[in-house]
Design a binder for this molecule. Sequence first.
Ligand code: ZN
Length: 151
Amino acid sequence: MSSDLTELYQQVILDHNRRPRNRGKLPQANRVAQGDNPSCGDQCKVYLNVIDDRIADIAFEGSGCAISQASTSLMTTQLKGKTQAEAEALYKQFHEIVTTGKEPEEISDVAAFAGVHAFPARIKCATLGWHAALNALKNGATTATTESHKD
Ligand code: ZN
């Protein structure tokens, strides 16, 4: 990765931290799940409004490190409007990026997290919000904890 791109990707993470997208409660939510990453102290709560298997709206509340908050913010922008199957495919792609550092062919904001793979402890930070969102989709309302996931 060129240094210009590295800088761009850092900007993406910083920008999501400064101006989190879809942050706050979602009054019309019909699915809610919490995420908890005790190893870093990150927490998040993801609200979904699912209509006909599609995420009509999504929001989150949370606190924790920059990686966790930025990735959760980015996750909401990625999953809005998606079906459960599409959301799972996007998570799979994101998970591969953060665990292998392999970037997608197209330049996209999710590639900002490729650098995380060099810091295995931070992978849990980056995937926390995604776990919570997928748990909300599958189960309705549960607490996602990174401790029960190998990644
Ligand atoms: Zn963290």
